[in-house]
Design a protein around this ligand. Structure first.
Ligand code: GLN
Length: 186
């Protein structure tokens, strides 16, 4: 099994390290020809507007969207979640592969970043640490989308079939449970 991490910018290395610590191959993805080599893909945190532009410039947007619609497991963290959402407040959407609406920078700016803990039964029997950095949250969840976690009354993790989204960054903690959960989707 090989996991790709979209590698234009953002938290690439941290995701690669977590996947490798679980004994699974990880590869940086910068070109759409690489999409045929992988069994799942992570869209990391960073800046969704920049990554969205780079998906267009590299002509990866449509091929990646088709792969996901055909079942390629995908996990978007933070900016990655924004790229996957069907709808973004005050902006056009990008890949539009999961029926959620999101609000960018929903908790405020960089200095409003915070850490919390939550029990997410699908993912772990214990509370796990959650790191939020200029994080979005989900303002609308489609009927077929499963809510995985709510923090401060907002939905911050969800899944529909092969598409997993989190507002937070498990790759910035020592905990591997979320990466294990993603691998179990494959
Ligand atoms: N605020 C960023 C955006 O809108 C996301 C921040 C992050 O990925 N940590 O894309």
């Amino acid at each position: 099994m090989k996991i790709g991490v979209l590698s234009f910018q953002g938290g690439v290395k941290e995701h690669m390290d977590h996947i490798k610590s679980l004994g699974t191959d990880a590869v940086e993805i910068k070109d759409c020809r690489q999409l045929d080599e992988i069994d799942g893909i992570i869209l990391p945190g960073g800046e969704s507007t920049t990554m969205g532009k780079l998906l267009e410039i590299t002509k990866m947007m449509q091929p990646l969207r088709e792969k996901i619609l055909n079942g390629l497991p995908v996990w978007g963290t933070c900016a990655g979640m924004i790229l996957l959402a069907n709808s973004i407040e005050d902006s056009k959407s990008y890949l539009s592969v999961i029926d959620i609406s999101v609000r960018r920078n929903a908790y405020g700016s960089q200095i409003d970043s915070f850490r919390d803990y939550a029990l997410i039964p699908e993912v772990s029997d214990f509370k796990i640490p959650l790191v939020f950095i200029r994080a979005p949250f989900i303002t609308h969840l489609g009927d077929n989308v499963k809510r995985l976690c709510t923090i401060r009354e907002n939905v911050v993790a969800a899944r529909h079939d092969n598409v997993l989204v989190t507002s937070f960054h498990p790759e910035l903690t020592e905990d591997l449970k979320f990466h294990e959960y993603f691998l179990s989707m494959i």
